[in-house]
Design a protein around this ligand. Structure first.
Ligand code: G3I
Length: 305
């Protein structure tokens, strides 16, 4: 294939990007996005602060703009994210205990219900584990409602949209040796053994010099897949430039292609200038929309698979 989406389709996978609704009117941006990608994640527009700004008053305007752009261009959508410690609306940040638990479950039910039948996979719970060596859950108002908040969210999502794949999504879970990776693995294994509805694990894969692509990345993806879930690379970006960046991207693509249950890769933005990172050049297109060396290495790796 001569585009990322065509090349990924050769092995039955998708290649996606995060999209910001506010950038869709930029023709260079939407032109590249339409040409290269066939899975779309709303970068911010389906998060709780956007979709439920006041309790029980839902606003799907910008999420729907992204959904309808994707649908009208024949693309599928990953939903991001139903339950997360961050990007909570102010009213939710101030809640705790059983009222927060109910509000969170209502949020999951209403948002997944609004998008029922239209989402390929939901990031049901995002970033619930702590960084570092503890292997513990991340402290948050949601975690303080009880350790079972994650499974409660997955059950509510399944009830609201039985057709969407339900994912747990996190970062710093790429190195098989890390305590955080092991802790997420243990949770997924437990969920599978007890019949908690989980279908996939998302690896955000935000890499930089402090946190490079680990040598055991493919092992991590394979070990999770062996639990009976799909794995997806959900927010890929890699700081750097030139051939070193290109070879890191190539290794990520090769790792996914080597794991049959790695169903697709999403990069977290289109051009370097669209990245959430305030500086740096972590994406596949430069600020003018030109293909970088990293683009070519990803395309070639996809075509080789
Ligand atoms: O839209 C407002 C604008 O009106 C206002 O003037 C401006 C002033 O701060 O803020 C704008 O909102 C910002 C929004 O991005 C849109 O640009 C928020 O402040 C800013 O916090 C928000 O950042 C997003 C971040 O998540 C929030 O946590 C990034 O765009 C988004 O790329 C990033 O994505 C996360 C994933 O959801 C989860 N994994 C990590 C990833 C990278 O941090």
């Amino acid at each position: 294939g001569s585009t990322l989406q065509a090349a990924a389709s050769g092995s039955g996978r998708y290649f996606g990007t995060a999209i910001a609704a506010s950038r869709l009117s930029d023709g260079t941006y939407s032109g590249i996005a339409n040409r290269e990608f066939n899975m779309i994640t709303a970068e911010n527009e389906m998060k709780a602060d956007a979709t439920e700004p006041n309790q029980n008053q839902f606003n799907f305007t910008n999420g729907d703009r992204i959904l309808s752009w994707a649908q009208s261009n024949g693309k599928r959508v990953r939903g991001h994210a139903l339950a997360w410690y961050s990007q909570q609306p102010g009213w939710m940040q101030n809640m705790s205990g059983s009222s927060l638990r109910s509000a969170m479950l209502n949020h999951v039910t209403q948002v997944a219900g609004h998008y029922k039948g239209k989402i390929y996979a939901w990031d049901v719970v995002n970033e619930a584990f702590a960084d570092g060596s503890s292997g513990a859950r991340r402290d948050s108002n949601l975690q303080r409602t009880g350790n079972d908040w994650i499974e409660a969210a997955f059950k509510a999502a399944r009830s609201a949209d039985s057709g969407a794949k339900l994912c747990y999504n996190d970062y710093n879970t790429d190195n098989w040796s890390d305590a955080k990776t092991q802790a997420v693995y243990t949770m997924v294994k437990d969920f599978k053994s007890r019949g908690v509805p989980i279908d996939c694990v998302g690896f955000q894969s935000h890499f930089n010099s402090q946190s490079p692509v680990p040598s055991n990345y493919q092992t991590t993806l394979q070990n999770f897949a062996n639990l009976g879930v799909d794995v997806q690379i959900t927010e890929l970006d890699i700081e750097g430039s030139g051939s070193s960046q290109a070879s890191s991207y190539q290794r990520v693509v090769q790792a996914c292609l080597a794991v049959s249950r790695c169903t697709g890769i999403t990069v977290w933005g289109v051009r370097d200038s669209d990245s959430w990172r305030s500086s740096g050049t972590p994406l596949l297109f430069d600020g003018s929309g030109n293909k970088k060396a990293a683009y070519t290495s990803v395309l070639n790796a996809l075509n080789a698979g």
